[in-house]
Write a protein that binds this ligand. Structure first.
Ligand code: ATP
Ligand code: MG
Length: 424
């Protein structure tokens, strides 16, 4: 127990972290270029927020939340996603009085009690965007285009964008009746959860992962064929804008998305490479959510991208991520006097942003050289009595084998210059 992380959690080890740093930096830089600002939200919220904001009939709320009473007897839940927290924050901090729209992005961990498998964890990470206060189709197109450009930047090819419209509450309530009518003589062959959903939220049945339910809904009437004129116009305008930007998409009448709050546009980016957990990213419009959570009516649209699945995809496409740079220099020293000089030189080099490593293990010179090699230091310098006396030392380029005798007084300037120019 003590030496094993809980099921569904994973350490991100140092030799993997650079990949995370890379995708995080690319994402935040791209979002900023679209005018989005970062928001950081708490890891836990009041349970009610998710019951309301994610929806009581969703798998997340019904089966997957990490909920507990804190020592003050409050029901607390670890965030299973980011949108509800962002919307809560938007309302709490009166962001509706800021210039609209409010454009936010986040990079969070999220928690769901799920069946653990490749691409499905209990602690996982999401990059997300929430665009609040804009109702035009252009807002939908903008949010989707962030993802398209992001994948493009990372060199990811062949992710499929599937898009649908699930209409507004009016078209949906009409459709719910049509769907219920279609399902009414099939109730017995559905899973118990869907039997319950039949009255509470029949649309959810379309998203059930149980095979017998998928069989039942296979030929069900599509919501897209029953949306109102306004929703239809909106959807067509979104597609037109995607086409103008050259972003390929498939209209997929089957997408309903797992969360209750979506209206109109819903979409997913799906991979064929990473197995059954192929949905790398999902999103959609949620025009009723802010009001549902206690704010003024405010349109919104956003997405959440699964970082673990993104990295699986990068891996499966053989995309290389720039590796972190090896240390610029290792300064080996022989004896205490040399070590003291080395201490000072290392400090001066680090002040100038040169990555310098020195011995802190009291190792022999032989062992120090071995270590310098292991950590892949680009340059090595050895300080012994002779070097101290002559104030000169041999700087060795470990990549080319070239050596140069330099004055210790010029070491710092030399290395700064080398770092700019790339060689001795
Ligand atoms: P799925 O259908 O795979 O369960 P979802 O509809 O529950 O996904 P969302 O709530 O839309 O997923 O979350 C957005 C993204 O977060 C997903 O597309 C996926 O990449 C990622 N994600 C969701 N749940 C997990 C998980 N348990 N482990 C890893 N990534 C996840
Ligand atoms: Mg899920």
């Amino acid at each position: 127990m003590l030496t094993k992380a809980p099921r569904g959690t994973r350490d991100i080890l140092p030799d993997e972290v650079y990949k995370w740093n890379y995708v995080e930096k690319e994402f935040s830089e791209l979002c900023k270029r679209f005018g989005y600002k970062e928001i950081r939200i708490p890891v836990f919220e009041h349970t009610e927020l998710f019951q309301r904001g994610v929806g009581n009939t969703t798998d997340i709320v019904q089966k997957e939340m990490y909920t507990f009473l804190d020592k003050g007897g409050r029901s607390i839940t670890l965030r299973p996603e980011g949108t509800a927290g962002v919307v809560r924050s938007y309302i709490e901090h009166g962001m509706s009085s800021l210039p609209q729209p409010v454009k936010l992005f986040y990079q969070i961990s999220a928690y769901r009690y799920e069946k653990v498998q490749a691409g499905r964890y209990r602690e996982f990470h999401q990059f997300g965007v929430e665009l609040l206060g804009a109702k035009s189709p252009s807002a939908d197109a903008e949010v989707i285009s962030i993802l398209a450009l992001y994948f493009d930047r990372l060199g990811i090819k062949n992710l499929e964008l599937n898009i649908n419209s699930i209409g507004c509450p009016e078209c949906r309530s009409k459709y719910n009746e049509i769907l219920k009518d279609y399902l009414k003589d099939k109730i017995d062959s559905m899973c118990p959860t869907c039997q319950d959903r039949y009255n509470r939220n029949p649309l959810r049945i379309l998203d059930c992962k149980e095979e017998k339910c998928q069989e039942v809904v296979k030929n069900a009437p599509s919501l897209l064929d029953h949306i109102c004129d306004e929703c239809k116009k909106h959807f067509e305008a979104v597609l037109e804008r995607l086409s103008i930007m050259g972003i390929p998409f498939n209209v997929d009448k089957g997408i309903v998305r797992g969360l209750d709050y979506y209206t109109k546009t819903v979409f997913e980016f799906v991979s064929k490479n990473i197995g059954s957990q192929g949905t790398v990213c999902g999103g959609g419009r949620y025009d009723g959510l802010v009001e549902d959570c206690g704010g003024a009516p405010t349109p919104g649209i956003g997405f959440a991208l699964g970082v673990e699945r993104l990295l699986l995809e990068l891996n499966s496409q053989g995309i290389e991520i720039p590796e972190p740079e090896a240390p610029d220099i290792y300064i080996a020293s022989i004896g205490n006097k040399a070590d003291l000089i080395c201490e000072k030189l290392a400090w001066q080099l680090r002040e100038k942003n040169i990555t310098c490593i020195k011995d802190i293990m009291d190792r022999s010179i032989k062992a120090q050289m071995k270590y310098a090699d292991k950590i892949g230091a680009r340059y090595v310098l050895v300080l012994g009595d002779n070097e101290i006396e002559s104030n000169k030392a041999e700087l060795r380029d470990m990549e080319t084998g070239d050596t140069k005798v330099i004055s210790l007084d010029t070491l710092v300037d030399r290395l700064v210059k080398i770092k700019c120019e790339g060689s001795l």
